[in-house]
Design a binder for this molecule. Structure first.
Ligand code: ZN
Length: 283
């Protein structure tokens, strides 16, 4: 496993970690100044901005783009809503291309409103992904399906384990053309008894597109916005990182921490400095 000490160039900051406190231009500068090699911006930060100019700023700052966050939910109440979601995601894929992102991160959506039919929601995800994959392949933009912790199955993503995500990849792309894969986010998958085997499978099939780091706090006070800084929780980060690298992952170590009451309240430079320190000491 690579030693991250002195190798922040291998590391990335997902801008959600900084609580969207600054406009994207300043965020780019802060991440570069702190020594990181890459950044993963969110669509909301690019609203009203020229993607071309943001893309140039990222490059001029010497940063790569480890991923672009993220898809609109595919699952929908009506065919109209479904088509709108596909259309919206196509535009986002164009932006990811313009940014030179390594992948476009897919959070697929949970149950449509009023529905209890999880199987139908998963079928919608399959059908929507198939349409998007065709488009993304033409644009040469890999789609990274991010399985979310099962606690989000109703409202954020009905793809909840790495196995499920990889089965979906196989169904969509049996030839393993590297056009669709997974983003492994520690927060969502750390508890999975099958994690090591599925990471190995993902590596074998060339489907490891992203690796997101944070920690699981005990207790967790908010289902969405109380992620921990690496080292502050119970995830065996080193072991999981070891499995991922042994499986062939060579991309960035991307820090992604949603933390409304703690890290989002701190100055951006402080959070970045602590991310840097923890990446080099406990990851
Ligand atoms: Zn993530």
């Amino acid at each position: 496993m690579k030693d991250l000490n002195g190798r922040l160039d291998l590391c990335s900051i997902n801008t959600a970690t900084l609580g969207y406190q600054l406009p994207i231009g300043q965020t780019i500068e802060a991440v570069a100044r702190a020594g990181f090699g890459s950044i993963a911006p969110w669509r909301r930060e690019l609203e009203g901005e020229s993607v071309k100019i943001v893309s140039r700023r990222i490059r001029d700052a010497g940063l790569g783009v480890s991923g672009y966050c993220r898809s609109s939910y595919i699952t929908a109440e009506s065919t109209m809503q479904f088509s709108n979601a596909i259309e919206d995601n196509r535009r986002a894929i164009d932006e990811a291309v313009e940014l030179g992102a390594r992948c476009f991160v897919m959070v697929v959506g949970g149950l449509p409103k009023q529905s209890k039919d999880l199987a139908a929601a998963r079928q919608q995800v399959h059908d929507g992904m198939a349409q998007l994959l065709e488009y993304a392949s033409e644009q040469k933009m890999p789609l990274a399906i991010e399985p979310l912790h099962p606690m989000y199955a109703a409202d954020r993503a009905c793809i909840n384990t790495l196995q499920q995500a990889l089965d979906l990849c196989d169904a969509l792309d049996p030839s393993q053309g590297c056009s669709v894969g997974v983003a492994v986010d520690l927060y969502h998958v750390w508890w999975d008894p099958d994690l090591e085997a599925q990471i190995k499978r993902a590596g074998r099939d060339k489907r490891l597109l992203g690796f997101h780091l944070c920690d699981w706090l005990v207790p967790t006070n908010d289902m969405l916005l109380d992620r921990g800084m690496m080292g502050d929780g119970v995830i065996d980060i080193r072991s999981i990182r070891h499995w991922t690298e042994a499986a062939g992952y060579a991309g960035s170590m991307e820090v992604e921490i949603f933390s409304r009451d703690n890290w989002w309240q701190r100055p951006v430079a402080e959070t970045l400095a602590i991310c840097a320190e923890r990446l080099q000491t406990v990851c």
